[in-house]
Design a binder for this molecule. Sequence first.
Ligand code: SAH
Length: 238
Amino acid sequence: MKTKYKFCVSCLVLVLITLNCSNRQDLKEDKYSRMRKTMVEQQIKNRGIRNKKVLDALMNVPRHKFVPEEYKSHSYDDSPIPIGYNQTISQPYIVAYMTEILNPDKTKKVLEIGTGSGYQAAVLSLLYKDVYTVEIIKALGEKAKRVFDEEGYNNIIVKIGDGYQGWKEYAPFDAIIVTCAPIDIPSPLVEQLAEGGKMIIPVGEHYNQVLYLLEKKNGKIRKTETLPVAFVPMLREK
Ligand code: SAH
């Protein structure tokens, strides 16, 4: 009887501890969701991003899940964040700007070069039918893949390799987004862009580039300069 009583008390304590932990977890998630709302209002809407689908996607992707533990509290700051290996997750406004300019469509497919943390790919996954993303640093690509699995982003396919070459097997792509900067526009990416498709790509020397929009019409490319930007350089496979 005594042992049974002890057992019951232990069970009760365990239940209370679990409840307390999940409560704290809920409070943390609430805090992140409030920070995300402020981010969308102040950094994204205030700067002119209007596409409702893009705003909703940014509101729905938990950016903090893609940020390393030590920077979690900065997840919704108006700046890039280090993700290890000398790489960064882009500033939220740049993610929104590049996504909106592609005019995303849930019936189409997109190629991303530079998976990094996986955040941009997660945003795209809510706006496209399929997302193909290429990362040259194996550890980053694998980590992003684990987050996609944990968070249920199941229309993203990750490849480890040199994105300069695109992903011929799944080409052509309706949209291509490049999140690292080559010094010239990779011709395989231009070839793999579908007729009527759009590509957004930073081009130039280290941390001093122009973000170009490329549109393919009747097999011809129209190139428009958009913003000055500072992306990490595109690395090349040796
Ligand atoms: N889109 C990312 C931003 C990543 S930063 C995000 O949302 O977090 C740029 C990424 O491009 C880095 O992870 C870097 O390793 C990767 N990269 C650099 N050169 C590359 C190449 N040639 N092919 C594929 N990925 C590359």
